[in-house]
Ligand binder design. Structure first.
Ligand code: DGJ
Length: 755
């Protein structure tokens, strides 16, 4: 890349960029293993992108940049053919001047003028990381991060833009965000405000996205990036099942452990777009931000608009390097302090055991089963509330949050008392952002519902979304949690569900500002969650959105965990969890043992669930005695191994996407590298297939480790060759272990302990 940089300097001459890049005008941001360079073109004061990649060892490169002409402008071949704007690698491109790639910022003035232009005026270097106005974001103190704030203006409009770059010193992450301020004499409209952009030379990149749908969340899609725009997005009002707000560009030879990765992840739970555009001149622009569909923000004089944060990662060590950066970011800079060291409770949920068909006796019996199984908590799911329209199916009752008297004559209090008696905690399901048209809430407060006053309503799962842009609705939603907690202080956990995207996009409250609704909805939601956090700082919450429809980094500021998918078929889960693991650590991903796919053994199902935050959603009656014994032992083993599985570093050893999807294996290792847990699964081995050993990773080469197969069914013997033997870390990492078998649907968990 340094070479390309040198070539580029020639081009600067052609465009009259005369500048010697002095040190005020080149900014170099370093993380432990990466560098990011940007600079100012003298005459125009444009901010240009110079370099993002492997860490450049300090002053040598900085010196060259100071003493040479500014290193802007793209590929050598195209320098004769493209206009300055259309080729320049912008840090934050604007629309309407002559850059025909898709911009990050579009403005319309009151007079109807389009087009804007940002020129650098000043900068500040701040210790730590300033708070984002009104939005949750990653956090960092002055010991762990430095922030570059660039101030730019469009003096024709009177618009100021603050571009923020925060470089972390304990993880290879740079975060970016943008704030637009109206310092002019008139209002103007923002029709697009993305949060980050990366202009580079195209190196035949491939793009990886995490797409999906209900019950198929976060499947990995990898494809070549061709000319034009390729994008992933959501304008459902939530970060969505269909795509995760994530995009990675990788070199064609990038694997799990090797090769270059440029990744972006959005800290935002609403509409987004992430795209890669290869221009006719073979530059590539990667960008991410709020989806411009149905977005138009009127910025009055003196007002500002804060765009959410993008997390950028560069890895030269393949996808594992990227994942490590994201996981460290979560563990060090996103997770709320109160939850950092909290043990995540293992719970049993009644949803798949009963669906809506339960009463007090059945629940009391299930609470007894929770105790019998040795788990920490019983979670009561959907179906416990509403009286005029009892919640006996998903057609009615949402919004009316009082216990159904027929089902629970003694209320939730009886259940929390029963749980206490059995020594387990009690958690409860809510879906407070929603309403069924068949509910008392809807009858009373149609004005609180996102719906057109003049059109027929369109339903998703028979329900509508409440208008969280309205402070009265925010009070109502907060009140759902607050009233339950006030009445039943023994509630120790919430599962917060959200089963509909925003439909019928109209807010009575916002009147003439309908194009603010998607944004104000998310802001309203986070205001509510702030209040919940302030009043109940120690209350853990699982976020569910019909499965993984709203799992993103912003949500993780408030929720301890996600329900990644309603699909608990363990084979499907191997793929879904693999996809989620690219970005999210295991402690944020709930995985339950259920009756989905009865062709798989209870051991296989449990072993898959033990890779994440283990739970159960099954009746003990569905299990044989041996299976029950096995599950009880698995709970004990899991409790013992939790520190490694939930806090350790993940290494993905064999991808289920590789080959013909026959096998997969992953491992977690403790920080001090003394304990590891290895998971191996045979899905559908081929006849006569040659089974290769699996090489472990992350161990210390010179240390000796004992390997031991655990989690065996009662009466079963370990079948692992070399079980209970001691090997060097080097042997395990270079020769490996014969973890796979030729048997369909077989699973193994191996404990590796330093001697
Ligand atoms: C969708 C969730 O994903 C399920 O786990 C369950 O809570 C249902 N909602 C309840 O309606």
């Amino acid at each position: 890349r340094l070479l390309i940089w040198e070539e580029d300097m020639l081009i600067v001459k052609k465009f009259g960029g005369s500048s010697v890049a002095d040190k005020e005008r080149i900014f170099k941001l370093d993380t432990p293993n990466t560098s990011y360079l940007l600079g100012i073109v003298d005459e125009e004061n444009f901010i240009g992108h110079i370099y993002y990649g492997k860490r450049l060892q300090g002053h040598d490169i900085a010196y060259r940049m100071r003493t040479q002409e500014a290193p802007f402008v793209p590929s050598q071949n195209n320098r004769e053919r493209c206009s300055f704007y259309d080729c320049f690698p912008f840090e934050y491109p604007t629309a309407g001047l002559g850059d025909y790639r898709e911009s990050c910022l579009s403005v319309r003035t009151m007079g109807g003028y389009l087009g804007c232009n940002l020129s650098y005026v000043s900068h500040r270097i701040l210790e730590g990381k300033p708070q984002l106005e009104g939005l949750p974001a990653t956090f960092a103190d002055k010991e762990t991060a430095t922030t570059l704030e660039l101030t730019c203006v469009d003096s024709h409009i009177g618009m100021k833009a603050l571009l923020y770059y925060t470089a972390f010193c304990d993880t290879d992450v740079i975060t970016r965000s943008v704030k637009i301020i109206n310092e002019g004499t008139q209002a103007f409209y923002l029709t697009k405000v993305l949060s980050a952009c990366l202009d580079m030379d195209n190196q035949d990149y491939e793009m990886i996205s995490l797409h999906g749908s209900w019950a198929r969340e976060r499947h990995i899609q990898r494809k070549k990036v061709g000319y034009g725009i390729q994008k992933v997005s959501s304008f459902r009002g939530e970060s969505s099942h269909q795509d995760h707000p994530f995009l990675a560009l990788v070199s064609p030879n990038t694997t799990q452990e090797m090769g270059e990765v440029y990744a972006m992840n959005f800290v935002y739970s609403g509409n987004f777009q992430a795209q890669a555009e290869v221009s006719q001149f073979d530059s590539i622009r990667m960008s991410m931000g709020i989806h411009p569909e149905n977005f138009c923000w009127k910025l009055e004089q003196g007002e500002s608009f804060q765009a959410p944060e993008v997390v950028m990662v560069y890895s030269s060590q393949g996808l594992d390097g990227m994942t490590t950066a994201f996981h460290h970011l979560y563990k060090r800079h996103l997770i709320r302090g109160e939850y950092k060291d909290k043990k995540r409770p293992i719970l049993i949920n009644n949803w798949e055991a009963t669906y809506f068909d339960f009463n007090e006796d059945k629940l009391v019996a299930l609470i007894g089963e929770a105790k019998h199984l040795g788990v920490d908590m019983f979670l009561l799911d959907d179906g416990w509330f509403a009286n005029k329209y009892p919640r006996s199916s998903d057609h009615q009752g949402l919004g009316d949050w009082t216990e159904t008297a027929d089902k629970l004559p003694n209320g939730i209090g009886k259940l929390t008392a029963e749980a206490k008696k059995q020594g387990v905690k009690f958690g409860i399901w809510i879906e407070p952002e929603m309403v069924n048209p068949k509910s008392e809430l809807y009858e009373k407060h149609k004005d609180w519902v996102i719906r057109f006053p003049n059109r027929e309503e369109y339903y998703f799962r028979n329900q509508l979304v409440l208008d969280l842009s309205n402070p009265a609705v925010q009070d109502h939603v907060f009140g759902v949690v607050d009233q339950l907690m006030t009445k039943y202080p023994d509630i120790a956990f919430f599962k917060w569900d959200c089963n509909s995207p925003i439909t019928n996009i109209y807010s009575t409250y916002l009147k003439g500002k309908q194009t603010h609704l998607y944004i104000d909805y998310v802001r309203g939601l986070y205001k509510v969650l702030e209040r919940v956090k302030a009043k109940y700082p120690n209350l853990p919450m699982m976020l569910c959105a019909g499965g993984g429809g709203r799992s993103d980094f912003e949500a993780l500021k408030y929720f301890t965990e996600f329900w990644p998918s309603d699909n608990t078929d363990p084979i499907e889960r191997l793929f879904i969890q693999w996809g989620f693991s690219q970005v999210f650590p295991s402690k944020t991903l709930c995985a339950h043992v259920t009756t989905w796919n009865k062709k798989t053994s209870v051991k296989f199902r449990t072993d898959v669930a033990m890779m994440c935050k283990l739970g159960f959603d099954i009746k003990m009656d569905d299990l044989t005695n041996d299976e029950q014994t096995y599950c009880r032992q698995a709970v004990q083993e899991y409790n013992r191994l939790k520190p490694v599985i939930l806090e350790g570093d993940l290494y993905r050893l064999v991808s289920p996407y590789e080959g013909e999807r026959e096998h997969t294996s992953s491992m977690y290792i403790s920080k001090d590298k003394s304990n590891a847990v290895v998971f191996a699964f045979d899905i559908h081995p081929r006849y006569g297939e040659r089974l290769l050993p699996v090489r472990l990773q992350g161990l210390e080469a010179n240390r000796m480790y004992k390997v031991k197969e655990i989690n065996l069914m009662p009466g079963a013997w370990p079948s692992l060759g070399g079980n209970d033997q001691v090997y060097s870390g080097e042997y395990l990492m270079t020769v490996g272990l014969g973890l796979f078998t030729g048997q369909d649907l077989s699973s193994r968990i191996i404990e590796v302990s330093a001697q």
